[in-house]
Ligand binder design. Structure first.
Ligand code: FAD
Length: 408
């Protein structure tokens, strides 16, 4: 019995393995991961870990003993390089290959490179893994002026940590506000204000043309409008690309992620994909994308897809229909998002000041709720969205309307 082989030992791959054992799966499980560390959580890398508030052990999803105790073979530092679908074998970077009954692609995503001269200078960094975070921690200790390219979640979380350490931080963003693809204008503007209160400066509608350097080290960035900003550290956070190459090279559809069906299976019945690398259909994407499929980069999605696929592999198949939710910590504020919204969705604000929620509506239906420091709203929103409970924009805006009662 060859059992289940998982390519990628991150949040999704680990969850699948753990859930399989919880469900009584007895055959071999092998987790092949190209990183050196035990499976770990990434969110703290741009938050508590970067800020020195938690150590490496605090990142691990389970202690080292867990893997042997649960007969999960974790093979660190090893890359899956090709799939032989006819023979059902996964080829590895050390020249060996592993047979599988079922192969799970859980290879995550990689950072999108910044296509400008100077991007390879020392002092230019990206943040995806533990090794990146360790290097950045050392850089922050030595740097004075930081330029962050990209006002997405990771760029802003990094900016907040760096500003709190007293560094001069400028965030450069092509759009006109932060997190423009992910949240409403109201929420983007709020976080602009909170970041500015931390001392972060912004250049919106701006593009980097060159990273300037001397003796192989970054010294600043040049913008398309002619400005030059000094920097001894440049953090590039301009989004990710899914790791779908293994699937594509094996002849499976993998445009913007490994394409899977509602059961997270590829067209090859012996291969599935989960987590950041997978593009899947979900009712929550209705009206958002042309074919109602999405790729979601979140812990929730990685965990829930790991669980969903484990259930299918032990004979309890169910379509994946979990509600997407997400969080981001920036300075003193916590942003929580339930559901999936698009830039065209309408926005209705509930609450005021530093604690409020933005209810998003698409085609008159609640699509997402963004909350800042309103954990109660977030939990209610998750229930409403998961159940598909109707809510009107007027009800959402009315502070007297009992949302909690509606969600019960
Ligand atoms: P990963 O956890 O990335 O795991 C994939 C693994 O596969 C990696 O170890 C990779 O190196 C390995 N791999 C790739 N190719 C191969 C190969 N060919 N062979 C072997 N191994 C391979 N989400 C939230 O919900 N909230 C947050 O606040 C949040 N903050 C984040 C902060 C940072 C800095 C980052 C990077 C991500 C954050 N995320 C957050 C996103 C979240 O961490 C990811 O969505 C989640 O880790 C996805 O899990 P995954 O298993 O699909 O991918």
């Amino acid at each position: 019995n060859a059992g289940i082989v998982v390519a990628g030992a991150g949040q999704a791959g680990f969850q699948l393995a753990a859930s399989l054992r919880e469900s009584g799966f007895k055959d071999p499980i092998t987790l092949v991961g190209d990183e050196a560390a035990l499976p770990y959580q990434r969110p703290p890398l741009s938050k508590a870990y970067l800020a020195g508030k938690t150590d490496q052990e605090g990142l691990f999803l389970r202690p080292p003993g867990f893997f042997a105790e649960h007969a999960i073979s974790h093979r660190p530092g090893l890359r899956a390089v090709a799939i032989d679908r006819a023979e059902r074998r996964l080829q590895l970077s050390d020249g060996d290959s592993l047979p599988y009954d079922h192969l799970v692609l859980a290879t995550g995503a990689r950072n999108r490179p910044l296509p400008v001269p100077g991007a390879d200078l020392e002092g230019v960094r990206q943040l995806r893994g533990l090794a990146d975070a360790d290097a950045l921690k050392a850089d922050i200790a030595a740097a004075r002026a930081v330029v962050v390219v990209g006002a997405g979640f990771i760029g802003l979380e990094f900016a907040a940590v760096a500003a709190a350490r007293g560094l001069a931080v400028t965030v450069i963003e092509a759009a006109e506000r932060p997190m423009a693809r992910a949240v409403s204008a109201v929420m983007g503007d709020f976080f602009r204000g909170t970041q500015e209160a931390l001392g972060v400066r912004f250049a919106f509608g701006a593009g980097v043309t060159v990273i300037l350097g001397r003796d192989g080290r970054a010294t600043g960035v040049a913008l398309a409008d002619g400005r030059e900003l000094p920097a001894d550290l440049v953090l590039v956070g301009i989004g990710v690309l899914p790791n779908g190459d293994l699937a594509a090279e094996a002849g499976l559809p993998a445009e913007n992620g490994v394409q899977v069906d509602a059961f997270l299976g590829t067209p090859d019945p012996a291969i599935s994909a989960i987590g950041d690398c997978a593009r899947f259909p979900t009712p929550f994407a209705r009206g958002l994308t042309a074919d109602d499929t999405v790729r979601i980069e979140s812990v929730q999605n990685a965990i829930d897809q790991g669980r969903c696929l484990a259930a299918r592999l032990v004979g309890k198949p169910a379509a994946y229909g979990a509600l997407p939710w997400f969080w981001s910590d920036q300075g003193p504020h916590k942003l929580q998002i339930a559901g999936l919204s698009g830039p065209g969705d309408d926005s209705v604000v509930r609450g005021s000041g530093n604690a409020f929620s933005v209810f998003r509506f698409r085609d008159g239906r609640l699509s997402a709720v963004e909350s800042v420091d309103r954990a109660g709203d977030h939990m209610i929103a998750r229930r409403l969205l998961a159940a598909g409970t109707p809510l009107t924009p007027d009800q959402a805006a009315d502070p007297g309307f009992d949302l909690k009662a509606l969600a019960l």
